[in-house]
Design a protein around this ligand. Sequence first.
Ligand code: FMN
Length: 583
Amino acid sequence: MPGEQKNSFLLLYGSQTGQAKAIAEEIAEKAETQHNLKANVYCLSQTEKKFNIEKEKCVVIVTSTTGDGEPPDTAAKFFRRLNKKTLQEDYLSNINYTLLGLGDSNYTNFCKCGKAVDKRLEELGAKRFYPSGFADDAVGLEVVVEPWMDGLFPVLQRFLGLTPHDSESSLANMDNKCLNGHVKSNSTSDDLKNTDSVITNDSINISDVINTNEINSSQLKQEISKVDQNLAKSNGEINKTYKSYSEAMTNGSDKSIDLIDADKVPLSVESHKQEASLGTSIPPLSESSLNLPALPPAFLHIEFLPEESLNGLAFPSAATAVTMATVISAKQLTREDAVKRTLCLCLDIKNSDIKYLPGDAVSVVCTNSEDEVNHLFKRLDISHVADQVCKFDILPDTKKRNPSALIRSLVEFTTNQSEKRRLQELCSKQGADHYSKFIRESRISLLDLLLTFPSCNPPVERILEHLPRLQPRPYSVCRSEIEGFEESGILSKLCVSFSRDEQQDDLPRYVQDNLLLHSSEVMTLLESDAIVYVCGDAKNMAKDVNEAFLQIIQKEREYTEEEAKRYVMKMRLYKKYMEDVWT
Ligand SMILES: Cc1cc2nc3c(=O)[nH]c(=O)nc-3n(C[C@H](O)[C@H](O)[C@H](O)COP(=O)(O)O)c2cc1C
């Protein structure tokens, strides 16, 4: 834009739940602090107010996809403007852009919004100065985001005519037009079993793990005594990342090994040798060819607390203190052959202060298995302090609280050279595929990693930097009270669907069936300014409900599918179609 600094570029984000925004902010921060670049960051909703894309020279867009392949609410206006049929073919011929799409391959329309914007920009003459990337939440956004971001800066510097700090552009590594994080197959135990041909002497296998009883813990002990600290018996937090090794490695195979109960180990070693090999087929890389992410400084400090301060720590989002409830009955709602079992649990909260209304959410705090926690304590050699209470603090002068990627941070604490090498490979750009396959898709946990790399002995603070807090599980409160609303006239009509109950075939099983059954009434309501609230499962219910509305509009008003879609899109835009959905 006229008057802009030479090193500046426009950075736009479209975000529904905050991830694209956070990534855009990270790009802006890195651009400024590490690459002498200046990002002018705006939400896509600020189109025409803060920026006019057609007047820009260099634009970076980060956008997610929501609903059933829809743009985030904040990007809807931008999206509509961009899709105007009246725009000339060369409308954006002056701009140069790149795009990072966020999505989730569990959804049918993976990264639909990012892909549509990318395509439309190209159609309107915009030039892609750096390959667009599409990151998949199902396997971890970082698998694509990190290398994409790393490669972006040198290209931006060159593009803006600045001297790059690092002329080594990763463009060379990106021979595709787009960097696509959509993982097509799921890595299973079979994938791992079938790696015979690639197992080398370098491979790390389970027999190494199990036979290595001697863990070098001196470093850890040193670290612990240095900060004179205790560890809380925060088993939830410590244990959150643990998935049983057997689950991760053999995926339900009857040969599965049981690491859950430490006392039940020793494990059946031989039959699992191959399953446990991690990333063995990465071609040998020279030290200098490994492009590892920089390791940020540690930021966590641990402090003793007196015994009496145990418990009472509220969850940030909780409206009440955590209280104990007794399960007084449990009834299975689903049939025996149902894919998923649903239970109706009755909890006794007589002795608690909890009061609730329909619409509130009650969260259940599920603890982790004590055995798993103990196993991790044992591996970290901290069992002797595990029952003591402690407080974590971010060290003063910490600029950024994001830890480095877990595996990257483990490298420096690994003494065995071949293990170290394997970890380095797994966190290098070149090892990204293997990271996806052997770590992320196989759902390898922290404990799995530590067991697989026995010479890796990180101090506990570095581990804690990576562990997410144990999250409470929210359940919506609903009571039969709502029927009272109908009786008292607050509700003029109530239609309910009980999809899991045994019922006659001709009755509407799902909410979408009920909508279609009342098609004409629903259409009348839509036209009299009704607001639709959709709440629940995103993948099936919200998608099918959206489809039911499209059908109703087409049927009742003889609209084409395109027109019906525009109708619903408009409702979304004017907040007449609201979703609170999750997967
Ligand atoms: C309700 C909902 C619907 C979603 N629909 C899609 C979809 O249709 N296609 C897709 O690729 N990802 C979909 N996603 C995944 C998001 O795009 C992905 O999680 C992304 O990282 C979210 O970024 P944001 O926080 O910036 O919105 C959906 C996520 C949610 C919560």
